[in-house]
Design a protein around this ligand. Structure first.
Ligand code: SF4
Length: 93
């Protein structure tokens, strides 16, 4: 099976006119997904995208684009989980 056959399919949407489109990830085997070498968590994927965008760890850390949807997650962790835990502890006092 070629790489294209693993990850692409002919669109079933008339508007795409038979164009090749990416398969839904749920239709690609885990083995094939892992072979692509993509991060296996959303936060790691965000971190990888930020490194791709800013080209260096220090530039990701200093990123000033706070309106970017990825900005809160750019260090590879979710600040919202930490805050939720903190808020629970604060509310239990
Ligand atoms: S937060 Fe957005 S703008 Fe900043 S490095 Fe990540 S992807 Fe790029």
């Amino acid at each position: 099976m070629s790489e294209d056959q693993k990850y692409l399919m002919v669109s079933n949407q008339a508007v795409d006119d038979g164009e090749l489109v990416g398969k839904p990830p749920s239709e690609v085997s885990l083995e094939d997904l892992k072979a692509l070498g993509h991060p296996q968590s959303l936060t790691k994927a965000v971190r990888a995208k930020c490194l791709d965008c800013a080209h260096h760890e220090s530039e990701v850390r200093k990123c000033v684009q706070y309106s970017c949807p990825l900005w809160p997650f750019r260090m590879g962790k979710s600040p919202f989980h930490k805050r939720s835990k903190h808020n629970k502890e604060t509310n239990n006092v």
